[in-house]
Design a protein around this ligand. Sequence first.
Ligand code: GDP
Length: 213
Amino acid sequence: MSDERPADDPLVIRHLEFLGGMAVGANWRPEPRLPEVAFAGRSNVGKSSLLNAIVRRRAFARVSNTPGRTQEINFFEVNRAFVIVDLPGYGYARVAREKRRSWQGLIDEFLRSSPQLRGVVVLVDARRDPTPDDLEMLEHLADIGIPTLVAITKVDKLSSREREGRLSRICELAGLDPAQVVPCSAVTREGRDEIAAAVVALVEAPPWQGGPE
Ligand code: GDP
């Protein structure tokens, strides 16, 4: 992946800082001073790769994938203007029920403690039908009314013949409006600028739950 910046980049990264992680029951999160946009998805969906493509840093989100940090919510300040929130990957089949409840609880705790949250990007794998965890997450976000965008990851793995069919099936199964959906690939960088532009637009929008400015 190249770190070159095209002249029309909708999000030029000038400054990037890891603010820390929020763990279950630890009662800590960075002061919600700046607008926040969160990224959620099943483990292995390609979230770290997409975040790395967005900020044009190769190892940026690796911290979120190291053991011990995987159950934390990680906060990254961008350009001293907004915060990218990396939610824990969900839905590993082998994660015990007890653990599953802890990530759901943590995500809920985050949603409740985030008056500056502007939107959530949910990642779904292009090659698979949305999992029950994906559907639950999307339903939960729709219920609470937060602006939600869906990044369909790894589209480079689809042939051009498969592509339309897979994208419309995912929209149909998850009840998504095609306008909410962005096909992405960390390999070809398709979708990077569209997601980056959407993040910038969300950051400039008012808080979804009418929290303090
Ligand atoms: P995370 O667990 O959601 O953070 O997922 P990662 O970003 O670590 O990616 C999981 C695996 O999928 C890795 O082996 C990546 O190299 C691969 N991967 C991620 N994004 C893409 C993509 O867009 N295309 C392809 N072909 N592979 C990808």
